[in-house]
Design a protein around this ligand. Structure first.
Ligand code: NAP
Length: 343
């Protein structure tokens, strides 16, 4: 099968390798095999490719070289493991495999897969799984938001024009939240069209000192903005701060695995206790595979409450250009990869 893989870490142009003759995977008893039609690129792909955090991944038995890239797929089930009952050959599905998605075929645990939203093409559906699972882990698993309790809550989603932000704005609006976000001047109309109620231009005045009384903040900016984002939250009112940019990887890169994890845990405990004094919760959150989350959001997509926001589509042969564009950090919504020419 065709696959784009790396045999060493480095810059996209130096290490991404188009293989015409990679071995086809076979599904384990609890897996399905997907004939991949489309994928997408996420920042994590670029991090894995560059070798950033490779020691950390090795310690977890993940991502040993060679690696087939790609953590988003939409396609058609073409083989089913003997224990799988919920999917049959021919089902159209979407999922976030642990790499290996930028290929003709990928195997994924059936529990981590959902039926593709019926109203979307494969190219559109492939823009969603990784960002859905990132936002779900943060907003549902950590911040405790549900379809029933979100109405009336004020949710701050800084970086609204990116892959996670464009999804999260629409989803939180669909569940009834009031949404505040940040972006640059050129993306104000985009985030407003997605439903954002309050928009702060980070290239002008920004949100600092101007946004307050939020119930939930999903930090997509990182350490430098942690304090200003915390300052937007209510005090003594069970407000929740969840960041999807944690220091875990940088600490393990800088101090080695054991020391880095120890420092991460100490920093997390400190922050939790400082925020608990203010009546707030603090969390660092990571994407988690979760088929029922994908099925849940597929319903909102089919109701057209959430629409894909796709900046660019590249054929798999041009994955180098796609990685370089994502690394520019300027993408509006998602960068999608065509595996099967949609014709
Ligand atoms: N923990 C996890 O599991 C997890 C999962 C997914 C992502 N992440 C991390 O979360 C972050 C967001 O991911 P993503 O995929 O949504 O990113 P992305 O799509 O690559 O973000 C690109 C967008 O960010 C905007 N942007 C850049 N700097 C900004 C700033 N200072 N303020 C506001 N907007 C800004 C850009 O708009 P302009 O061109 O207008 O600046 C662009 O539209 C990344 O750091 C990523 O590594 C973590």
């Amino acid at each position: 099968m065709r696959a784009v893989e790396i045999h060493e870490y480095g810059a996209a142009r130096d290490v991404l390798n188009f293989n015409q003759d990679a071995p086809e995977p076979e599904p384990a008893p609890d897996e399905i095999r997907i004939r991949v039609h489309a994928g997408a690129v996420n920042n994590i792909d670029c991090a894995i490719r560059s070798g950033y955090g490779s020691e950390f991944f090795k310690q977890h038995g993940m991502f040993e070289l060679p690696i087939i890239m790609g953590r988003d797929v939409s396609g058609v089930v073409d083989k089913v493991g003997v224990d799988v009952t919920q999917f049959t050959i021919g089902d159209e599905v979407y999922a976030s495999p642990s790499n290996r998605g930028c290929a003709d075929y990928v195997t994924v645990k059936a529990n981590f897969v959902a039926l593709k939203p019926r109203n979307l093409t494969h190219l559109e559906a492939a823009s969603f799984p990784y960002v859905i699972l990132t936002a779900w882990a943060a907003l549902v698993d950590h911040a405790g938001l549900t379809a029933e309790n979100t109405a009336g809550q004020k949710v701050f989603l800084p970086r609204g024009s990116g892959g996670v932000g464009t999804l999260a704005i629409q989803w939180m609006k669909a569940w009834g939240a009031t949404v505040a976000t940040t972006c640059s001047t050129k993306n104000i109309e985009l985030v407003k069209s997605l439903g954002a109620d309050e928009v702060f231009d980070y290239t002008k005045d920004g949100f600092e000192g101007r946004l307050q009384d939020c119930d939930v903040a999903l930090d997509m900016l990182g350490y430098e903005m942690e304090q200003p984002i915390l300052a937007t939250l209510k005090v003594k009112n069970a407000a929740r701060y969840v960041s999807i940019i944690s220091p875990l990887m940088p600490l393990t890169v800088e101090h080695g695995y054991d020391k880095g994890v120890e420092m991460y845990e100490a920093q997390l405990a400190d922050r939790k206790s400082v925020q608990a004094e203010l009546g707030r919760e603090f969390a660092w959150s990571f994407m988690q595979p979760n088929g029922s989350a994908l099925a849940n959001i597929a319903e909102l997509i089919e109701q057209e409450k959430i629409k894909p926001v796709i900046d660019r589509v590249y054929p798999m042969e041009q994955l180098v250009d796609a990685h370089e564009y994502v690394e520019s950090r300027r993408a509006r919504g998602k960068v999608v990869i065509s595996i099967v020419d949609p014709g």
